[in-house]
Write a protein that binds this ligand. Structure first.
Ligand code: AFD
Ligand code: MN
Ligand code: MN
Length: 457
């Protein structure tokens, strides 16, 4: 109860007034610089270069006291790269809201490439796009007729736009997979999809970067529906065949997901099961961690630490996990920071030897918000999270641990998390002639209006 009267009445929000249609919300665009007064409180001036430099200087001095060289941190932020998924830009997702789709989805694979290239031009951090073979194959080619060389043109197109093809995803959840994909009891379905995976490996080797990432929709909805071990055995046999048939230049990352589409069981439901399958294949197989694929409350940093400790090759599908899947943009929150602390500690992010790095990819497909803005926000959040992990005073943390000063260690850990590292991220951009704020630049660029005009037809 508020001392000033009825708490409920006072806290009731003002009635919501929607614009004519929620579908025509326009981006705010760059707002004019505020002059003198603080009256127009919602008009935030764009970040100024001068402010960034001032704050970078102050932060540099503070970090120096912890023996952390801000220039080294900045250079690592500059070197960080993450792939964006082609499906983010297309018509995938959003099914929970009828046929609603954020405006101007890319109508074909080339348009997805153009959007991805635009994202890279604003961030300098997304030089590759992960593709889904079944969706990004040339139009008119049937699923079963896909051959690796059909991707030559897409790669040429991507390079022409200034980016490259990254991870390759076989598409294992199309027609005919209602009884599972690689676990299907139907021999012909398994053969068809094993072939599809082998072709995907060839695409990755010839036109990508030799990385294939697998997500299977295999599971069941009811106890008793299937023989659970039989399903896993068939999946293991299929992976063995794919692994042995594919070139030894190809690396394989197996993704797990706690549930969905199966609600009762999922064949590869945990990092442990994915790890077991990968380890049984060989050292070119590893585990793909997708933030959204865990039960709430699972400590993903612990999983990352385990995989690193076991020497299992790893990769990430970044998203915020709010949707119990891959729908939403990343925020620079505490769990993302803790994950980056593990990755930085193990030197598997921005390592000079690229073979030692984990594979970093975004997997999001926001149902409601503008997807380009959402992925720019994600990339910004990842850079901020990385910078926070890099300013952690590890020596002090070690001293606190040695003394068993539990709260002290936690405070040192949080000290880096609470540091505003944005001047580092922004200086890294400035030095590469990139916009200080990619989201703001996107809003001001007119790109969205342009694709909405072009893709209206
Ligand atoms: C699905 C899965 C998974 C996978 C993605 C691309 O949930 O995250 O990575 O499709 O295959 O959304
Ligand atoms: Mn994923
Ligand atoms: Mn997912």
């Amino acid at each position: 109860m508020s001392p000033n009267g009825n708490w409920l009445a006072r806290s009731r929000p003002a009635p919501l007034t929607l614009p004519e249609s929620p579908l025509i919300l326009k981006p705010l665009g760059r707002v004019p610089k505020r002059v003198g007064s603080c009256k127009e409180r919602f008009e935030v001036p764009p970040v100024s270069e001068r402010r960034v430099k001032e704050r970078y200087g102050i932060l540099g001095e503070e970090l120096q006291e912890h023996c952390i060289d801000i220039e080294v941190v900045k250079d690592k932020v500059k070197a960080f790269e993450v792939e964006v998924p082609s499906w983010l830009f297309g018509r995938f997702g959003g099914g929970r809201f009828g046929d609603y789709m954020p405006p101007a989805p890319a109508p074909d694979a080339n348009a997805k490439i153009r959007d991805a290239a635009f994202v890279h031009s604003l961030t300098g951090a997304a030089p590759r796009v992960a593709i889904h073979v079944g969706w990004d194959k040339p139009q008119g080619v049937a699923f079963d007729d896909v051959e690796a060389d059909q991707f030559a043109e897409l790669r040429t197109y991507a390079r022409g736009q200034g980016i490259d093809i990254g991870a390759v995803n076989p598409t294992l959840f199309l027609d005919g997979t209602h009884l599972g994909s690689l676990s299907s009891p139907m021999e012909e379905v398994r053969r068809r999809l094993i072939r599809h995976c082998v072709v995907s490996c060839e695409v990755a080797e010839k036109y990508g970067r030799g990385l294939v990432t697998y997500w299977l929709p295999d599971g069941t909805n009811y106890p008793g529906q299937a023989d659970l071990w039989g399903q896993e055995r068939r999946v293991r046999e299929a992976f063995r065949e794919i692994y042995e048939t594919a070139s030894d230049q190809v690396r394989h990352l197996i993704e797990y997901k706690v549930f969905e589409p199966g609600t009762y069981s999922t064949v590869i439901s945990s990092a442990g099961i994915a790890r077991d399958i990968a380890a049984s294949l060989g050292d070119r197989a590893g585990v793909l961690v997708d933030m959204g694929h865990h039960p709430w409350g699972v400590n993903v940093a612990q999983i990352v630490a385990h995989l690193i400790g076991e020497g299992i090759p790893g990769g990430f599908h970044f998203n915020s996990r709010y949707a119990a899947d891959d729908d939403h943009a990343v925020e620079p929150n505490r769990s993302m920071y803790a994950i980056f602390c593990e990755l930085v500690e193990a030197d598997v992010v921005t390592n000079r030897d690229p073979a030692r790095n984990w594979a970093y990819m975004v997997d999001q497909c926001s149902a409601l918000e503008n997807r380009i803005r959402a992925v720019l926000h994600t990339i910004d959040s990842l850079q901020v999270s990385l910078a926070k992990a890099l300013v952690l005073d590890r020596e002090r943390l070690g001293a606190m641990r040695a003394e068993n000063n539990i709260i002290g260690a936690n405070r040192v850990f949080l000290d880096a998390f609470l540091t505003d590292v944005r001047p580092i991220v922004r200086t890294a951009r400035l030095e590469r002639n990139l916009p200080l704020d990619p989201v703001e630049e996107y809003d001001a660029s007119g790109y969205q209006q342009k694709i909405e005009r072009e893709r209206r037809a």
